[in-house]
Structure formats: structure tokens, C-alpha cells
Design a protein around this ligand. Structure first.
Ligand SMILES: CC(C)(COP(=O)(O)OP(=O)(O)OC[C@H]1O[C@@H](n2cnc3c(N)ncnc32)[C@H](O)[C@@H]1OP(=O)(O)O)[C@@H](O)C(=O)NCCC(=O)NCCS
Length: 166
């Protein structure tokens, strides 16, 4: 398995993995209407291009047997008083979950940021998402709850989780 940093050339690949992953991961968590709304808002070509080129999100792709099987993205959220990197996305092809790919992607990100004086890696996760178990297994702790309005009457009902990078 190989993990590489990627740019806008990988947008179609990211969109494909997001589509097949979200349909399953959020089936019993949010409505189909909210899935469609969020995919459009966060994964349209224009939106991903903006995340990469304007907001400075770094995307990474995991490739296994010549196939892209997962992606993640992160960027610096704040530098003062503590340096925090935000993990925005991590999604593994449902056929490839449970094989250590998600863990390898997080380790890749930790390696990328550990030498840059980053205090915490932080993420938001839906409070009903099974991925909470994955994050806890890897050492993340819940530090807050957030209910974030995202338009059209939809909310993200999240936990904020952090892991120390020092
Ligand atoms: C959550 C996700 C990224 C984890 O990636 P993965 O490749 O399936 O997980 P891994 O195989 O790397 O698992 C690493 C460890 O976490 C454990 N783990 C994985 N999922 C778990 C879960 N839901 N609950 C508890 N432990 C879990 C594994 O058993 C493994 O433990 P080990 O190191 O002792 O063997 C992936 O399953 C996924 O894409 N899920 C759907 C999308 C999603 O919800 N993404 C997160 C959005 S916030």
C-alpha cells in the first residue's frame, strides 16, 4: 500500500470514493437528502478545488494493488496559542475497510506534522458515527460537542476529538 500527497488532478478519484463511502457510512446517521446536500457542498469539483487552492487543505490518497482505496485531508487550523492541525476528511472504500488503511493514513499525517511543532491533531465526527471507535482506538479523546448549522435546515451533530502530537 502506498500513500501519496495529491492535488486537483485527483478530484475525480476523491469524489468516487466519497460517493461510495458516504452512502454506507451515513445511511443510518443522517437522511439521504442531507447526504446529497453535504456531498454537493463539500465534494463538488469547485468545492474541492477551493479547499486545496484557497483553504490550503492537503489531500492524501492511499493506493492498493493499483487502485485508489482511501483519501484524507488536513490543514493547519490555528497556530496560537497552540498549534492545531484539523483532519477534515478520512474515508476508506467500504470493500477495503478494516485492513489497516485508515490507521496507516493517520500515521502518515502524524509523521507529516510531528516535526512541525504541532500540539494537537483535531477532528469533528458525527456523534452517531461508528468511526468514533476507530478514533478512540488510535488515542483520540472527545473534548467537546458541537451542533453546527450547515444550511437548508441541516445540522452536523458532532463530537470534537483530539490527539496529542507531542
Ligand atoms: C473509520 C475508517 C476511516 C477507519 O479506517 P479502516 O481502514 O477501516 O480502519 P483500520 O483497519 O485502519 O483500523 C485501525 C484500528 O481501529 C480499529 N477500528 C476500526 N474501526 C473501528 C470501529 N468502528 N470501532 C472500534 N475500532 C475500530 C481496528 O480494529 C484496528 O485496530 P487494531 O489496530 O488493533 O487492529 C473507515 O472505516 C471508514 O472510512 N469509515 C467510513 C467513513 C467514516 O466514517 N469516516 C470518518 C468520518 S469522521
Amino acid at each position: 500500500m502506498e500513500i501519496t500527497k495529491v492535488g486537483i488532478e485527483s478530484i475525480p478519484c476523491i469524489q468516487h470514493i466519497a460517493k461510495i463511502t458516504w452512502a454506507i457510512a451515513y445511511k443510518e446517521v443522517i437522511s439521504n437528502d442531507q447526504i446529497d446536500y453535504m456531498l454537493d457542498k463539500m465534494y463538488s469539483s469547485e468545492s474541492i478545488k477551493n479547499q486545496i487552492e484557497v483553504q490550503g487543505h492537503q489531500f492524501i490518497l492511499a493506493n492498493f494493488e493499483n487502485k485508489s482505496v482511501g483519501f484524507a485531508s488536513f490543514n493547519i487550523k490555528q497556530s496560537i496559542p497552540e498549534k492545531i492541525v484539523k483532519l477534515h476528511k478520512i474515508y476508506i472504500d467500504p470493500d477495503q475497510q478494516g485492513k489497516g488503511i485508515g490507521k496507516s493514513m493517520l500515521q502518515f499525517i502524524m509523521n507529516e506534522i510531528s516535526l512541525k511543532g504541532v500540539n494537537y491533531l483535531e477532528l469533528n465526527v458525527n456523534r452517531e458515527n461508528k468511526a468514533i471507535g476507530f478514533y478512540k482506538k488510535l488515542g483520540f479523546n472527545i473534548i467537546a460537542e458541537e451542533d453546527i448549522p450547515i444550511g437548508n435546515g441541516f445540522f452536523m451533530n458532532d463530537y470534537v476529538m483530539q490527539i496529542s502530537c507531542l
